[in-house]
Design a protein around this ligand. Structure first.
Ligand SMILES: [Zn+2]
Length: 75
């Protein structure tokens, strides 16, 4: 699809790094599958990837994590 941010680039399958937070927990997740703009680098996550990030965040929050970097793991 055409990137909605720069309106010039085209997106292609790739991976990105996302930071998500809840309360006192900040989780940085690497290797998240996404459609990435070849012009500006904006990343578009699938609904599945967003759900998975929220699950990983919930687990980290329950574990009392404050700041952590993790690799994306598919459910
Ligand atoms: Zn773009």
């Amino acid at each position: 699809m055409t990137c909605v941010i720069c309106k010039q680039g085209k997106t292609a399958p790739g991976t990105t790094r996302m930071a998500v937070e809840r309360g006192a927990t900040v989780l940085v997740v690497r290797g998240v599958p996404a459609q990435v703009c070849d012009n500006c680098g904006e990343a578009y996550l699938s609904a599945d990837a967003v759900d998975r990030l929220q699950e990983m965040l919930a687990v980290a929050a329950r574990g009392g994590v404050q700041v952590e970097v993790r690799e994306y793991m598919a459910a």
